[in-house]
Ligand binder design. Structure first.
Ligand SMILES: [Zn+2]
Length: 163
């Protein structure tokens, strides 16, 4: 989705001409319950032309594929893919320490994320651990997973009513 009706909100090179009311109306069309179901919400800023034509190769698709297959194997060995793991099994697989659990609850509370978002973030964090070949979820995985919920955080900050 665009950040606003004209699409330039937050773009340093093009001015957004939308009014705050227009932006609010546009963003509130995405309801909280719908947003909760979107695991990865990432801002993708417009790229300068020089970066679009940069030919420096990134990680190859074949290498990424290997990593994804290995992550799926770890999940299958646990009994289910992370997307289908029931709550208690998910929490057991994450194996958070007491300290991390406390920290995580505190962060979710401060970000005003829903109870549904709690398990969604855990699922993404566990997948990040799987992709890294690690046997438990660390605070770094939690932080990255929370980082992928930008719209929740933005809309909560804008005072959009919870769904
Ligand atoms: Zn705009």
């Amino acid at each position: 989705m665009n950040p606003c009706p004209c699409g330039h909100l937050g773009d340093p090179r093009q001015r957004c001409h939308c009014t705050p009311a227009q932006i609010q109306r546009y963003q509130s069309r995405l309801s909280g319950p719908l947003l909760d179901r979107i695991d990865l919400q990432v801002e993708v800023p417009a790229l300068p032309a020089t970066q679009l034509t940069d030919r420096t190769p990134g990680e190859s698709s074949a290498a990424v594929r290997e990593r994804v297959l290995a992550a799926r194997e770890r999940q299958t060995a646990r009994g289910a893919l992370n997307a289908h793991l029931p709550g208690p099994a998910l929490e057991a697989a994450c194996a958070l320490s007491g300290e991390e659990r406390h920290w995580f609850a505190d962060v979710l509370d401060r970000l005003n994320l829903s109870a549904r978002a709690y398990h969604r973030v855990l699922r993404v964090a566990l997948t990040l651990a799987d992709l890294a070949g690690e046997s438990r979820v660390s605070r770094g995985h939690l932080m990255e997973a929370i980082g992928y919920r930008q719209l929740d955080r933005m809309l909560n900050a804008n005072g959009a009513p919870p769904g």
